[in-house]
Write a protein that binds this ligand. Structure first.
Ligand code: NAP
Length: 498
């Protein structure tokens, strides 16, 4: 089993002891970062001995010098002496850098040696030879932590684990946001351990994930060589709620699957690395919906027409692209129209504000279903282009008042967190009995929806759309009913925390 190890980076021994006494139950191993402690000499040796004695979990002691990204600035001899003391005092492992292992000499018999290599700038081409050097230097465990400059770099780390983790216990990690998959999937590739932080702000390296997210959201301890891999391909991806939603759904149904945030520059490179490694499904979002379409083996007719996929289903290695945005948006709108008793749809006029990706999905979903569509946009040329594709009307934002719509849709980002007090539609346009739908889901009730409710309109939030498109993706991948209540609850919880 791959362990979840938390580095302790407190500046005092009391602080570290406090952390050790209150470790969350999901932690398997502790790394005492001696270089963070603001003491030296005999007191430091005494502190380390006490911490090792009082820790019920296996302990690694690390005393990282500045040149390898640590905080130790004292003499090299003292640094190595401290590691020898830690070994004598019962540490399960000491971490010694590859360039210092020769000077360390013998250590106490039962203590293992983690021989480590760090590169905070890049992922060098010769990871295999670095691994070999560490092994030859007497490593019980080899640790290689390298900076991922792009998602492509994570491929080298997986290859290293695939080749060597069985014969030599190996920790191999890509640092940075692009490297998150190497941390979460360590168990899939047989890594010795992965590092996690106690909470946000307590990371000892870039890209470390808090232990609660690691254990509960990603289900780290259940990940094994046959776990299926899903994820969202985007850039940026840090604030995506999709990992929380889909992992909660997988957990609820007890599936052996994990969903990751992939920060990707080049979807083609991404697929080349992950497709052979049990990749089963993807959500695709800004800016890759168009590019991804071109990489599919098969695309459904609607996605082909829109020119964008938001869902990739991978079966027997073949990539099937589809678009769950459209049906989910149309369903949400139809439900609101029914509630407002605005039927039939085919006689209604829709004012669609915005001409970006969301508007495009909505326009393609509604054309032919409703009587009239007017696309209004800040950049009038974009509205004109989209309207021309579909044979509908367009105008600038200043001319929206010329129309008398039954349904108004906001498909711009206006009103989205954090600028929640603005609305893209003048309140004078909001009439009782109208349907007003906002694509924005953060906040759930936007300024536009508040004003529409005050005016007696039936409102529909982007929240429903967001949950429905995610549920449809889940059903596409798994052929099972999505646990919508769980998914909706996760989105609500995340939104109320923002
Ligand atoms: P996008 O492709 O970047 O398009 C953004 C749109 O907003 C463009 O029409 C843009 O006008 C307009 N806009 C941006 N700032 C504006 C401003 N200050 N004043 C007036 N118009 C402005 O983004 P998108 O993918 O269409 O997303 C739009 C919104 O829909 C976002 O809030 C997104 O979160 C939401 N959305 C929700 C869901 C869901 O499931 N609920 C799904 C997709 C999208 P210009 O063309 O003039 O720049």
């Amino acid at each position: 089993m791959t362990d979840l190890c938390v580095p302790l980076i407190e500046e005092t021994a009391e602080g570290m002891a406090g952390r050790i006494q209150n470790l969350p139950p999901n932690i398997d191993m502790v790394e005492i970062r001696a270089d963070y402690l603001k003491v030296s000499g005999e007191s430091l040796r005494g502190d380390i001995a006490g911490l090792i004695r009082n820790c019920a979990l296996p302990v690694i002691v690390t005393n990282r010098p500045e040149r390898e990204g640590g905080c130790w600035t004292g003499p090299e001899n003292d640094r190595l002496d401290l590691l020898r003391t830690a070994a004598t005092e019962g540490a399960d492992y000491i971490d010694i850098e590859l360039d210092s292992v020769g000077e360390l000499g013998e250590i106490s018999g039962s203590c293992g040696r983690i021989v480590s290599y760090h590169n905070f700038d890049e992922t060098p081409d010769d990871l295999m030879s670095i691994h070999q050097k560490a092994r030859r230097a007497g490593a019980d465990v080899v640790k290689i932590a390298v900076q991922a400059r792009s998602i492509k770099d994570t491929g080298a780390v997986f290859t290293l684990l695939e080749k060597h983790a069985q014969e030599t216990p190996t920790i191999a990690l890509s640092m940075g946001e692009e490297g998150i998959a190497t941390r979460v999937l360590a168990g899939k590739f047989g890594g010795f351990l992965t590092f996690t932080s106690l909470k946000r702000g307590k990371e000892s390296a870039r890209g470390q994930i808090p232990c609660d997210d690691m254990a509960e959201m990603y289900g780290f301890h259940e990940i094994n060589p046959s776990t299926e891999v899903y994820g969202v391909v985007a850039n940026p991806v840090a604030h995506s709620m999709s990992p929380a939603i889909h992992n909660a759904a997988f957990r609820k149904l007890g599936m052996d699957a994990v969903y990751l945030p992939f920060r990707v520059d080049n979807p083609g490179e991404f697929l080349a690395i992950y497709r052979p490694r049990d990749l089963r499904g993807l959500s695709v979002t800004i800016p890759h919906k168009q590019t991804m379409l071109g990489l599919m083996d098969e695309v459904d007719e609607l996605s082909e027409r829109i020119g964008a996929v938001n869902t990739v289903d991978i079966r027997d290695g073949r990539l099937y692209g589809s678009n769950t945005d459209v049906a989910a948006a149309v369903n949400a709108l139809e439900a609101a129209a029914r509630e407002a008793e605005l039927t039939p749809l085919s006689e209604l006029c829709v004012l669609l504000v915005g001409a970006g990706g969301a508007s495009r999905a909505l326009a393609y979903g509604l054309v032919g279903r409703v009587g009239e569509i007017v696309i209004a946009n800040r950049t009038v040329q974009r509205a004109k282009n989209l309207a021309a594709e579909l044979g509908v009307h367009h105008c600038g934002l200043d001319d929206m008042g010329d129309y008398s719509p039954d349904i108004i849709i906001n498909a711009t980002s206006v009103g989205m967190h954090p600028d929640t007090q603005i609305s893209p539609v003048p309140s004078s346009m909001l009439q009782s009995g109208m349907v007003v739908f906002d694509a924005v889901y953060n906040p759930i009730k936007t300024r536009l929806l508040e004003q529409a409710e005050e005016a007696g309109c039936i409102i529909a939030s982007g929240f429903e759309w967001f949950v429905s498109q995610a549920a449809a993706q889940f059903e596409t991948w798994t052929d099972r009913d999505a646990p919508r209540d769980v998914m909706a609850r996760v989105v609500r919880e995340r939104l109320s925390g923002s």
